[in-house]
Design a protein. Structure first.
Ligand code: ATP
Ligand code: MG
Lengths: 203, 224
């Protein structure tokens, strides 16, 4: 849900280069795996919330993200607590919570294209193995761009099929969705070519 | 100037374009014709998205068969459905996409993006997700994303079909004000009244080639 939902602000968090943020996220993930103690995790949680404030994200804007995380984390905590007691449960859930919040923070404060540029540079050594970083980068950004569009289409198709009493029939919904997607992909490929995309030339 | 020499194209058994010989040098050229008459196929030939089976398409002397890359820089293309041509998630990123492909330095990209946003009153939407724009704004964004690359020619394939009356007028105005050569495929005859030249397509051939007052009337009679 946070994918591609970049929120523009002038903030120190936004100003950090995309590559650095992604590396920091990776480092934080590793760190939390290596030192899973309650004090470390609580500190990490506080620091993360501090970063949200530093990024000038308003509580109202991030509330849906928090709500969705709670939706996953609360049942997980209950289950974990039943099986192995409340303290290990708290550690596991806190760790996941911090990681989710950090990952969301990165995607809220980094433009998709900057993230993809960074990723493209990181993947460049893989070109030797026949992987084309420019192509992969474009594929990922297209995915980000088309998630909201797919959601809109799905709703439109369901509405159209509801009139015919077919909105609960997965085939009646998925087939038109697939047709629409393929037709779009055709024009989209032309549009990308027309705007001089050239994956063979490193940018 | 764009020239077509004895251009023919088939899809499978079906001839879609037959023996086109044209020199396009006017500033506003319209293309009309019934559904399936070959207009989109013709449009896609002009910037090398499609290479003709027979014959040649030359843009300022460059052959689309050999110099597709150079030609794409000269000939921009605006499609019917903006949702099918906006490539990146936010307005600014999409505007920058083509410029990055042209390998422009970031400072130039930013200057050009700002200029085009201002020109079409989209400044407030710079960091906006493209999917939240209205239909008319999306089509202006699609046009801007092409204009920002400063092509010398712009081909439009039914750019106003999905727009309401007000946005049709806005886009018509935008096309009217372009300094570039525009080649516009459209069913919207109102849009084409003040063009310099109209090509009427029928079954893959140009059957009328004249000024709007003559060609559009002939087309309307043909469709009756
Ligand atoms: N990729 C393709 N493969 C096979 N046939 C095609 C392809 N593209 C177009 N055609 C066929 O070529 C003919 C001309 O198509 P084209 O899209 O150029 O027509 P058009 O004049 O743009 O029509 P419309 O007004 O409906 O947009 C049609 O019969 C169409 O079915
Ligand atoms: Mg067409």
């Amino acid at each position: 849900m946070s994918l591609g939902l970049y929120l523009h602000r002038v903030s120190p968090v936004h100003a950090v280069p995309a590559g650095a943020k992604m590396l920091a996220l990776l480092a934080a993930g590793t760190g939390l795996l290596l030192f899973p103690s309650l004090p470390v995790l609580s500190g990490a949680l506080v620091a993360t919330l501090g970063l949200y404030a530093l990024a000038r994200l308003r509580p109202r804007e991030v509330a849906p993200v928090f709500r969705l995380s709670a939706f996953v984390l609360v049942p997980l905590f209950a289950l974990h607590a039943l099986v192995s007691g409340w303290e290990p449960a708290l550690v596991a859930v806190l760790r996941l919570a911090v990681l989710m919040l950090l990952a969301t923070l990165v995607s809220l404060t980094t433009r998709a294209s900057d993230m993809l540029d960074a990723l493209e540079r990181a993947l460049r050594p893989l070109a030797r193995f026949g992987l084309n970083p420019a192509r992969l980068g474009l594929l990922l950004s297209l995915t980000l761009r088309f998630i909201p569009l797919l959601a809109t289409w799905l709703r439109e198709i369901q509405e159209a099929q509801r009139v015919r009493g077919l909105d609960r029939n997965p085939v009646a919904v998925l087939v038109p969705l697939l047709v629409k997607t393929l037709r779009t992909a055709d024009t989209l490929a032309d549009a990308i070519d027309a705007r001089c995309f050239d994956p063979e030339e490193p940018s | 100037m764009i020239r077509l020499h004895a251009v023919s194209h088939h899809f499978g058994e079906r001839p879609v374009l037959e023996g086109l010989d044209l020199t396009l040098s006017e500033r506003r050229i319209a293309v009309v014709g019934g559904n399936g008459s070959g207009k989109s196929t013709f449009a896609r030939l002009l910037n090398g998205l499609l290479v003709p089976e027979r014959g040649q398409v030359l843009v300022e002397g460059l052959d689309t068969r050999k110099d597709a890359r150079a030609i794409r820089r000269k000939v921009g293309f605006v499609f019917q459905n903006p949702d099918h041509q906006i490539v990146l998630p936010t307005v600014e990123e999409d505007l920058a996409f083509g410029l990055k492909n042209l390998k422009l330095p970031p400072a130039d990209i930013s200057t050009r993006v700002t200029a085009v946003l201002r020109r079409y009153g989209l400044e407030d939407f710079r960091h906006h997700p493209a999917h939240l724009l209205s239909g008319g704004q999306k089509q202006l964004l699609a046009l801007s994303s092409v204009l920002v690359m400063e092509p010398r020619y712009i081909v439009f394939d039914e750019p106003t079909t999905l727009l309401d009356l007000r946005n049709k007028r806005r886009l018509a105005q935008a096309i009217h004000e372009l300094p570039q050569t525009a080649i516009v495929v459209s069913h919207d005859l109102e849009l084409l009244r003040d063009f310099d030249r109209v090509l009427v397509f029928d079954a893959g051939r140009v059957v009328v080639d004249d000024v709007p007052s003559v060609a559009l009337d002939a087309y309307v009679r043909m469709m009756a």
